[in-house]
Write a protein that binds this ligand. Structure first.
Ligand code: BG6
Length: 369
């Protein structure tokens, strides 16, 4: 059932275009109208929401962080994101107008389940985003939007993450739709681009061979740093988490703007630093700032591994390795930018001889708090 691959994870990475397509299937009409009636939350309720709180663990938490950028920008609803294990222990402010979104691919993580129960006790509505039909978290929630990644065997999440992103985008766009926000050109463009994501992911997969070579060359590195800004920051966090989980290597992500407030002291000769460069569309200020960051760290000896959209020549002179991804709207960039990082961590772990399906000490879903 590994489809000719040595590990499920390798198969699950290449299944991502289909996983993304299946998660979009039947939900986006040709005219851009979204149909998410299956969520079981009435448009009337969704119109009354004054705040959104996203709770999740691990990789699902990173999907939540990305969702915040999209939801706040498209819907203008304040949105907080918190790791589920912290949530209920700090007396969070919840009420009937708060929509809690619980993201869990397995639907069984105990931390997320306990946070879900707590939120419902506080009268909040809970929407689950989940990959496993009929699992506990969706059963205990008010509504659910299923991702259609298919079964994921590898312990470290890959295709479920990409489909969680799709689900989060769909929820954000749907909220904007039912709340009657003016669907300007930007939203229509986004929906059109979202529908094209399966082919964009396919394109990334067809160009990742150099990432594998790079990963093999770094098998002896002690640590790898990841930098990103805006939605690229949670992508950097996901890249670092994958490396820890699979390669048992120290890795840390920073918001690129924070570099000067401390982490730049870590930069020394030969230190690998992966930088996720924001797309140039609409947010060129951020783009330019991160290009200066790359220059700064390289001047201090870092080995720069730069993930940037194709045709972005501005980063080339400062990149020891340049990994190109398709040009897509900034908010959707995590879907394409994450893929090379998955491949990077997986290949590096394989070079070290690790079992990437069953990393040591980890479980697919953790059912204790
Ligand atoms: C961890 C897994 O135990 O649980 C991670 O090792 C996963 O890969 C995390 O991201 C959260 O799981 P779930 O099922 O709640 O999304």
């Amino acid at each position: 059932e590994k489809g000719g691959y040595e590990y499920f994870m390798l198969k699950e990475i290449v299944e991502q275009p289909r996983a993304v397509a299946d998660t979009l299937l039947g939900r986006v009409a040709v005219d851009g109208t979204l149909t998410l009636d299956e969520m079981r939350l009435a448009p009337q309720e969704l119109r009354q929401i004054s705040k959104i709180v996203i709770i999740a663990c691990g990789t699902s938490y990173h999907a939540g962080l990305i969702a915040k950028y999209a939801i706040e920008h498209w819907c203008r609803i304040p949105c907080e994101v918190e790791v589920a294990s912290e949530f209920r222990y700090r007396d969070p402010i919840l009420d009937r107008q708060t929509l809690v979104i619980a993201i869990s691919q397995s639907g069984e993580s105990m931390d997320t389940l306990m946070a879900t129960r707590y939120a419902r006790e506080q009268q909040s509505r809970v929407l689950a985003i989940c990959n496993v039909n009929g699992s506990t978290i969706p059963r205990e929630s008010d509504g659910v939007l299923y991702t259609h990644a298919g079964p994921e065997v590898g312990v470290a999440a890959t295709k479920t993450f990409l489909t969680q992103l799709v689900a989060c985008y769909l929820v954000g766009l749907y909220l904007a739709q039912v709340r009657g926000l003016k669907f300007g050109d930007e939203i229509n463009t986004i929906i059109g681009q979202l529908a094209r994501m399966p082919e964009q992911v396919e394109k990334v997969l067809s160009t990742v061979e150099p990432v594998r070579e790079l990963a093999r060359s770094l098998a002896d590195a002690k640590t790898v740093l990841f930098l990103g800004r805006h939605v690229g920051y949670p992508v950097a966090m996901e890249g670092a988490l994958k490396l820890k989980e699979l390669a048992y290597m120290h890795a840390e992500a920073f918001a690129a703007g924070e570099l000067k407030h401390g982490p730049i002291a870590l930069i020394e000769d030969g230190l690998p630093v992966v930088v996720v460069v924001p797309s140039r569309e609409g947010r060129s200020v951020l783009h330019d700032k991160i290009v200066s960051n790359i220059q700064e760290i390289r001047a201090r000896g870092a080995r720069t591994i730069v993930i940037a959209e194709e045709g972005d020549e501005s980063v080339r002179p400062y990149s020891d390795t340049l990994i190109e991804i398709p040009a897509v709207p900034t908010l959707l960039q995590p879907i394409v930018a994450t893929v090379p990082l998955q491949v990077f961590a997986c290949e590096l772990a394989l070079a070290k001889g690790n079992d990437v399906d069953q990393p040591r000490n980890l479980a697919k879903s953790v059912t204790v708090e």
